[in-house]
Design a protein. Structure first.
Length: 426
């Protein structure tokens, strides 16, 4: 290339690059203004007597009361925070606000994938690379609602190509900038969002430990692992921390402290329980009892089985052998685990009881990551767990449209009767 042509090429390239950066920054700024204004258009939740989590003597956030405690799980919000995702981001915020204002939970646990900072890839409008900026919208939402919450990270919260890494994003949620967030990193030798939250009666007894774990993202930091869905899992030292925490709490409590677990990517027992039921025509077996819901993200003709679990790329392993969480805390270990609540598989809503432990998928709130998911509402909503003073608890999957009365045509026409995919089970 001649010298004059090379200079011209470089000049044109720089102009295009600068214009692209300016457009990107304009998109970010405009989107944030519009999302902030939309959030501010709603009123805070009106509580008669709001419970305030405080740091207890054990060093963990603690909610103390002799009344029932209501915990709401949300998962897979997938806020894109880009101009292309603006409409669907607003739809997700509207759905969350509708549920929270009517349910008035004492605590919200977001079980992963709060954001989806992936540029538009032909879905329903992707976001930008700036996952910290997108996460700020989560804090703005709950600060406006004035509702206490915490987070577990999923695989999309910190992609390999995102602006902020997992550790720094954890520090943001733990900072004063997130006023109503009670995130506290209790253990971070592996993962970031490992946390224990205690529910106590006024006499000091622990009615339940809520264990929020980081199921991590991908097996390594490469973009290849991200795009090929090579998911990681809960590591052994995280399980050891959880077991040591429960042992210590049980000793000081004078009796076993029962626990509920919240994280993003399902552990292998979800697959084991599914296969157990499938082999028996979805009738109860010795180990597994079907409760309700469906597996809709079950089969894809091009990818085979799509009931994902941690370490799903490790095809040489039995699903139940990928991690040791269930074995350590479940009925064959400490026997203090009562339930696990996950997300990740956006259109799975099934709940089963496996070896006496409840395994539940949460209702997804994703509006952008799966093609057409924003027009389907039968699997959209939340989980509500109500825990009584004696430690007994109930679980309810609630639909944002049928149970909370959200509009089905405010943003798009939403089908509330049919599933996203045809071949769901059972």
């Amino acid at each position: 290339m001649k010298k004059g042509k090379l200079k011209k090429f470089i000049k044109i390239f720089l102009i295009v690059f600068i214009v692209a950066i300016c457009l990107h920054c304009t998109q970010i700024g405009l989107t944030q203004i519009l999302l902030y204004r939309y959030i501010q258009s709603f009123e805070p939740v009106k509580y008669e007597n709001q419970l305030v989590p405080e740091i207890g003597k054990e060093g963990y956030y603690t909610i103390t009361t002799d009344d029932d405690i209501k915990v709401m799980q949300l998962n897979d919000l997938h806020i894109g925070a880009g101009l292309a995702s603006l409409k669907n981001d607003k739809k997700t915020f509207y759905e969350i606000i509708t549920m929270v204002q009517k349910e008035k939970p004492d605590l919200i646990i977001i079980a992963g994938d709060s954001v989806f900072c992936v540029p538009t890839l032909g879905f329903n409008g992707g976001g930008t690379f700036n996952n910290k900026m997108a996460s700020k919208n989560i804090t703005r939402l709950f600060d406006r609602l004035q509702v206490y919450y915490t987070v577990a990270f999923g695989n999309h919260d910190t992609e390999a190509f995102d602006f902020t890494n997992r550790e720094n994003l954890g520090k943001f949620y733990a900072s004063d900038k997130a006023k109503y967030c009670i995130f506290q990193s209790d253990f971070n030798e592996y993962g970031v969002t490992n946390q224990c939250i205690l529910l106590k009666n006024t006499d000091g007894t622990i009615r339940k430990a809520l264990m929020v774990l980081d199921s991590n993202d991908y097996i390594d930091d490469s973009i290849s692992s991200s795009i090929n869905w090579k998911y990681d899992t809960i590591h052994d030292n995280q399980v050891d921390w959880a077991a040591d925490t429960i042992k210590s709490l049980s000793k000081s409590n004078g009796s076993d402290v029962k626990s509920l677990y919240f994280f993003h990517i399902p552990v292998g027992e979800y697959v084991t329980a599914y296969r157990d039921l499938e082999a028996n025509g979805f009738k109860d077996t010795k180990d597994t009892q079907y409760v309700d819901g469906v597996w809709d993200e079950k089969v894809d003709e091009t990818m085979g089985e799509r009931i994902w679990y941690g370490g799903c790329c490790q095809t040489d392993k039995d699903p139940k052998d990928v991690d040791k969480l269930f074995e350590t805390l479940g009925p064959d270990g400490l026997n203090t685990m009562e339930g696990i609540f996950c997300g990740h598989d956006h259109v799975n809503t099934a709940t089963v009881i496996y070896k006496g432990v409840t395994l539940a998928y949460g209702n997804s709130l994703d509006n952008i990551a799966y093609t057409g998911i924003n027009t389907h509402g039968i699997q959209r909503g939340c989980i509500v767990i109500q825990i009584s003073p004696d430690g007994n608890w109930t679980l309810a999957h609630k639909n944002v449209y049928k149970d909370y009365g959200a509009s089905t045509n405010m943003f798009v026409d939403v089908d509330t009767e049919s599933y996203l995919y045809e071949n769901h089970a059972p």
